[in-house]
Design a protein around this ligand. Structure first.
Ligand SMILES: Nc1ncnc2c1ncn2[C@@H]1O[C@H](COP(=O)(O)OP(=O)(O)OP(=O)(O)O)[C@@H](O)[C@H]1O
Ligand SMILES: [Mg+2]
Length: 162
């Protein structure tokens, strides 16, 4: 399988939002983004940017859902935002119907995706965020398969390898 890695340093929440927006502009239907990173690292911030890039109307505020696990937003492509933080038993995943939405028309972004790596398709974008300091984050992108590799290449074509 084709693979590609890239690291991006973000120096502010606004920058993470912009990175997400660019990714959102290039995403194609069926894309899966597996987000990992500790509490407060910026997974939801990045997802808000992705929503913007997918042209989710401004009236929708993308936030980690308290009572649901999946939020769906309309846009250029449908955005399914999944947050597994509160999921303890992986069997719950089957009950919430994650299998039904993965890979369907739209884009699926999953926070705390490490919990379900074993049921995710191999072709996806893994994006791990680590906290460097108060305002600085390292985004480690690993694309698996042609779709995710193309996404990283389009991002690089816009911003260069720096
Ligand atoms: N460079 C940065 N990128 C993103 N967020 C940043 C950055 N610097 C500081 N922050 C702050 O870090 C926090 C990120 O919060 P966010 O809810 O996006 O994290 P999260 O990874 O989704 O957390 P959780 O695991 O609780 O869902 C925000 O308070 C944001 O202002
Ligand atoms: Mg979050």
């Amino acid at each position: 399988m084709e693979t590609r890695e890239h690291q991006i340093v973000s120096s502010s929440p606004e920058e993470t939002l912009r990175i997400g927006t660019v990714l959102g502009q290039y995403l194609t239907s069926g894309s899966i983004i597996a987000l990992n990173g500790e509490l407060g690292s910026g997974k939801t911030c990045l997802t808000q940017g992705i929503a913007r890039g997918l042209k989710v109307p401004e009236g929708f505020y993308v936030t980690s859902p308290s009572y649901s696990i999946i939020n769906e937003y309309p846009g250029r492509l449908a955005l399914f935002h999944v947050d597994l933080y509160r999921v303890e038993d992986v069997n719950e995943i089957e009950q919430i119907g994650l299998n039904e939405i993965i890979g369907v028309d739209g884009v699926t972004v999953i926070e705390w995706a490490d919990k379900i790596t074993h049921i995710l398709p191999n072709e996806r974008l893994d994006l791990s965020i680590s906290i460097l300091d108060d305002q600085t984050r390292n985004l480690h992108l690993r694309g698996y398969g042609h779709r995710a590799v193309t996404l990283i290449e389009k991002y690089l074509a816009k911003f260069g390898p720096a």
